[in-house]
Design a protein around this ligand. Structure first.
Ligand code: ADP
Ligand code: MG
Ligand code: MG
Length: 246
């Protein structure tokens, strides 16, 4: 029941090998942490899965079948949703407009009228536990509230795989707890969750498995139940990056 499999994924930027052969699996209904120090390649990996970057080589399989996404819309149609570190919200648009920005619904006139759009945005905000109105401008929201809009947006299209890139960076403790509750609920519904973090302590109560990336290589996958914390932290921090900067 592997919903997503990555095999031997490689990606270079001018002067930097970001991914030097990554293997990674996510099961249906699993919360799987992707851990690694700054520069380990976490964001590059998920941007390739999301269709934002193109890989140099390697394979991505969804439910066992190889896929290649020309763009983010193609990845989204396949059920892959990503919440990025740097928000992509438009400040001078309302919450509802941001949630449906660039979606198929808004590109097809008449498919979803304004009232239906607002009702659906409300449903998504309720799901993530946000109580502010859908008509409020994003510029009027705090960073935790913006993160909730990002998550609502990611859930608009029935995601089967949800990838979150360090999602608690701008959240309060209470907001993080609420997000964790939502993640558990989505996983229970069968969504495969990839939780990108650089902190083992943060993800330990949430995830079933941990994969460590270091210098663009997968350094191992471990079940959280019998994990050797000091070994994981050593894997994360390891040696200096540099070996991959050739
Ligand atoms: P992480 O998310 O684990 O911090 P990244 O995937 O952001 O790591 O970065 C991995 C390496 O690739 C870093 O050396 C980074 O500087 C480089 N890198 C990432 N994105 C780009 C890009 N668009 N252009 C050039 N180099 C990049
Ligand atoms: Mg980083
Ligand atoms: Mg990153």
């Amino acid at each position: 029941d592997e919903i997503l499999s990555i095999r031997g994924l490689r990606k270079s930027f001018p002067g930097v090998v970001a991914l030097a052969g990554v293997d990674f699996d996510v099961r249906k209904g699993e919360v799987h942490a992707l851990l690694g120090a700054n520069g380990a390649g976490k964001s590059t990996l998920i941007k390739i899965v999301a269709g934002l970057y193109q890989r140099d080589s390697g394979n991505i399989l969804l439910n066992g079948s190889p896929v290649a996404f020309a763009d983010t819309a193609a990845a989204m149609r396949a059920g892959i949703s990503v919440i990025y570190q740097d928000f992509a919200l438009v400040p001078h648009l309302s919450v509802a407009d941001n949630i449906f920005l660039g979606s198929e619904t808004t590109k097809t006139p008449g498919v979803l009228d304004r009232r239906a759009m607002h009702a659906q945005a409300r449903r998504l905000l309720d799901l993530v536990g946000a109580s502010f109105p859908v008509t409020v401008l994003v510029s009027e929201l705090g960073s935790g509230q913006r993160q909730m809009v990002e998550i609502a947006k990611a859930l608009r299209g029935n995601a089967r795989i949800l990838i979150l890139d360090e999602p608690t960076a701008s959240l309060s403790h209470a907001e993080s707890e609420r997000l964790f509750g939502l993640i558990r609920k989505l996983a229970a519904d069968g969504v495969g969750i990839v939780y990108v973090s650089h902190r083992l302590e943060e993800i330990a109560p949430l995830v079933q498995r941990v994969t460590v990336l270091r210098d663009g290589v997968s350094a191992g996958t471990f079940p959280i139940a019998h994990i050797d914390r000091s070994k994981i932290i050593q894997l994360i921090t390891g040696h200096e990056r540099g070996a991959a900067k050739r």
